[in-house]
Design a protein around this ligand. Structure first.
Ligand SMILES: [Zn+2]
Ligand SMILES: [Zn+2]
Length: 206
């Protein structure tokens, strides 16, 4: 699937935002404004003014909506959610080449709050996925103790695990441990034989 670069970047932001949600083993990644500032910095989100508690609440609300899109059972359900998101945010498509980036489209309205900004650009990126008939690429990691969101960009839509926290690796590790366990079982059988031999040797030297 060909995804324009800026759409891909917007999807990265959507995924990262959804993955700040508190889970059983992880506190809320956007618990306070400092964390939100860090998020804006990490993802080089442009045109963001001074942030307030209101922005934090707004972004967290949008995060919940994005999570709903990931959970949407059908493209129709996803579309309803996305339409709501972008309608509430208000979009004003603008071509821009700010900060040395190639020409790309910003969807957020000038002066939009950070929540509306993310809803507009993330919402349009999600819309692109639905329009491409690729909604099933919006996934949650299938590792038993991980529910992180990711966008499966593999050619044959076969990716099942997120790459953060190296879930793919962890499954390799699980397979490795299973093999080790079998090997250990064989070794301990061996050891019994060896120790038996040693004991016999030992009995030669009381
Ligand atoms: Zn931009
Ligand atoms: Zn995972």
């Amino acid at each position: 699937m060909q995804i324009p670069h800026d759409t891909r970047r917007a999807l990265d932001v959507v995924v990262a935002l959804v993955n700040t949600t508190a889970e059983a083993d992880q506190p809320d990644g956007l618990a306070e404004i400092g964390a939100l500032r860090g998020f804006v910095r990490d993802y080089s989100i442009s045109d963001v003014g001074e942030l307030s508690a209101r922005d934090l609440a707004g972004v967290r609300a949008v995060r919940g909506k994005f999570a709903q899109v990931f959970a949407a059972p059908t493209s129709r359900a996803a579309s309803v959610l996305i339409n709501e998101l972008v309608a509430t945010a208000g979009t004003t498509p603008q071509l821009t080449d700010h900060d040395g980036y190639d020409w790309h489209v910003h969807y957020f309205a000038p002066g939009a709050s950070l929540g509306d900004h993310l809803a507009a650009d993330g919402g349009m990126a999600l819309a692109f996925i639905v329009v491409s008939g690729e909604q099933e690429r919006l996934r949650r990691c299938e590792a038993p103790d991980c529910r992180r969101a990711f966008v499966d960009l593999s050619r044959n839509r076969s990716r099942r695990y997120c790459d953060s926290r190296t879930c793919g690796n962890r499954l390799h590790v699980a397979a490795y441990r299973a093999r080790r366990k079998e090997a250990d079982a064989e070794v301990s059988e061996h050891e019994q034989v060896v120790h038996g031999g040693k004991q016999q040797q030992g009995s030669d030297h009381p």
